[in-house]
Every structure is written in C-alpha cells, then in structure tokens.
Design a protein around this ligand. Structure first.
Ligand SMILES: [Zn+2]
Length: 67
C-alpha cells in the first residue's frame, strides 16, 4: 500500500501487514507521518519541553520550515 505523509506529502510504500499499515486500514481517519517528520516532531517537542514554554512566534516560524 502507498500512503502519503500528512506533513510533507511524501509518498511512502508501507507494508499492509505491518503495525502501521494495519492501524491505517483499521482506522480510516488515522493519518500517516513519515519517519523524518516523526523525528522532526519529536525533536521540536523535546526542545519545547526543555525550554518549558511555547512562544507563538517561534512556533509559527518552525511551521514554515515544514513545507
Ligand atoms: Zn513527512
């Protein structure tokens, strides 16, 4: 099966029998996120958590980098 990343729109070939594949088949509204985006989100989340605050301007700037 081919899925597209909800963030960067990259097409990824996914094994339908994998955990992620089954999840997407069983939950039609579930979204797929590619490994790179997952990693990016994880890093951003960790960074924000360490900073202990979320500044709207900073968040907006980071969002622009995703497209
Ligand atoms: Zn992605």
């Amino acid at each position: 099966m081919i899925v597209s990343c909800v963030l960067c729109d990259k097409k990824v070939k996914l094994d339908a029998n994998s955990f992620e594949g089954k999840r997407l088949i069983n939950h039609p509204l579930a979204t797929y996120m590619c490994e790179e985006c997952k990693e990016r989100i994880a890093q951003k989340t960790e960074k924000r958590r360490r900073e202990g605050k979320l500044r709207p301007s900073l968040y907006h700037k980071e969002n622009d980098g995703w497209s």
